[in-house]
Design a protein around this ligand. Structure first.
Ligand code: PLP
Length: 480
């Protein structure tokens, strides 16, 4: 869109809000049309159908020479996006730690995007950087309430937080060499971080259920001749289990090992009085990964890395004359470059801060508790269904269940419901078969604060029915 002089319409400036007010209705019209067309948690027809929808709107193979204009582009492509997306706001979209964002956060992000603060220097983000400092400091004090100078930095999520956690551990180790040690339950990004950082592959320690065993950890640390960094998990990806953090902290201290806690999933449970106890020992860690794009209901990305002692982060300091020249820093311009391993960086803390300001931590904690309570009720419904098996009572908001059929049928149920656009279920492989053999479980990761257990009863029935039909069809094939 151009103004009367043919200039492109900008989102900022004193008239930016007027241009946005003109354009956003077109985007919302497409959003409404696409969502109505999808009419469920996921598009139906699988990858081929989605690709065909895209091809019907956009000519394949090249970028267009001439544009269609902002109004049409926004209407057509937002409709395409809404129709062809899975929507975590639908209770039956529950595969991953993929949350339905709060409207207040998304609204805040519109203005953040319009002003486009970039968090790498004060002259690109004066108040946004100040607000980020306030917000990260406050969250660090929640993780480390008894410390005098904790601090946190914003990351793109658990993956970057784990990378930074291991990087800072390496920088604090004598000889700058550490061996990562984690449970079999650790997120894959831990091994990847070790790989990126040139550290040895993690020593992997046995779990009990899906929780790291402190006795096995002590044994593994005793066998090491080099300094170690232990990565514990608070909210595992497969089951939402929380490692025994307090016991792990004692083992680490006795062995002189550093401790990083990956609380990307479970960390926000600190705000639920009924669940905070599960995280006892978290404040003993040297660093903690938190994701507000899980519990926290932010659009991606909204990660944090909190450190018990702010000086730990000094390892990230770096000079670039055009961004933080010594004379600028001496004259009082805050030096932001050491707050990330990225350079240009979105003001993700803005919408997180708006969300906390709007809801308060009590309400956020209540939403966490609601999701966990819903998971407990859903698990009870699973346990009461003779056609289904329950993995275990949930610690957070993840429910693993499986119909009493073969693994082959279990994975086929998941794909069938996904392709039909009926439900988006996750999967997890756990050593629960005869003799500890691996078995595939269906996974519900419940992050929808507006859903209740009643929303999932028909889904459990549908899975049971589908399993019975598939098993019966399989038998017929065998018989015929
Ligand atoms: C989600 C998650 C990660 C990865 O975080 P991203 O935000 O996807 O980078 C790492 N560890 C755990 C335990 C997680 O739940």
């Amino acid at each position: 869109m151009a103004n009367s002089r043919g200039e492109p319409a900008l989102a900022g400036g004193t008239a930016g809000h007027e241009r946005l007010a003109e354009l956003i209705p077109f985007a919302l019209r497409g959003f409404a049309r696409g969502a109505a067309e999808r009419n469920g948690p996921a598009p139906s027809g699988g990858p081929a159908a989605v690709a065909a929808e895209l091809a019907a709107v956009l000519p394949a193979g090249s970028v267009p020479a001439e544009g269609v204009g902002a109004e049409r582009a926004l209407t057509d492509l937002t409709a395409l996006l809404a129709a062809g997306s899975v929507d975590p706001a639908d209770p039956w979209c529950a595969a991953h730690l993929h949350c339905p964002p709060l409207a207040v956060s998304v609204a805040a992000d519109v203005v953040a995007a319009a002003l486009n603060p970039s968090m790498d220097s004060w002259d690109q983000a004066p108040v946004a950087s100040e607000l980020e400092r306030e917000f990260t400091g406050a969250l660090a004090r929640v993780c480390f309430p008894d410390e005098t100078a904790p601090d946190a930095v914003v990351t793109s999520g658990g993956t970057e937080s784990n990378l930074l956690g291991l990087l800072l551990a390496r920088e604090h180790a004598p000889g700058r060499r550490v061996v990562p040690v984690c449970g079999t339950n650790a997120h894959h990004s831990v091994a990847r971080a070790a790989w990126v950082l040139g550290l040895p592959a993690p020593v992997v320690v046995a779990c009990d259920g899906d929780r790291l065993r402190p006795d096995a950890l002590a044994e593994a640390l005793a066998a090491l001749t080099e300094p170690a960094v232990v990565v514990a998990t608070a909210g595992t990806t497969n089951t939402g289990e929380i490692d025994p953090l307090a016991e792990i902290a004692v083992v680490c201290r006795a062995a002189g090992a550093q401790l990083h806690v990956d609380a990307a999933y479970g960390g926000m449970a600190l705000f639920s009085p009924a669940h905070a106890e599960l995280l006892a020992g978290l404040s003993e860690a040297d660093s903690v990964a938190l994701d507000m794009h899980k519990f926290g209901w932010q659009p991606v990305a909204a990660g944090l890395l909190a450190c018990r002692d702010a000086t730990r982060l000094e390892a990230l300091n770096v000079r670039a004359e055009y961004l933080n020249a010594d004379d600028d820093t001496e004259a009082g311009l805050p030096d932001l470059l050491g707050r990330s391993i990225r350079t240009s960086r979105r003001p993700d803390a803005f919408r997180m801060a708006v969300t906390f300001h709007a809801l308060g931590h009590r309400e956020l904690g209540r939403l966490v508790a609601h999701c966990c309570d819903t998971a407990t009720e859903v698990a009870e419904d699973v346990a009461a269904d003779p056609g289904l098996r329950l993995w275990a009572a949930p610690s957070l908001s993840t429910v693993l269940f499986r119909p009493r059929v073969s693994d082959e049928v279990v994975v086929r149920i998941r794909r069938t419901l996904l392709e039909a656009g009926t439900a988006v279920l996750g999967r997890a492989t756990m050593p629960t078969g005869p003799g500890g053999a691996d078995q595939v479980w269906l996974k519900l990761t419940l992050l929808n604060p507006a859903a209740t257990a009643a929303d999932y009863r028909p889904l459990l029935d549908l899975v049971g029915r589908t399993a019975a039909e598939m098993a019966a069809a399989g038998e017929e094939r065998v018989l015929s």
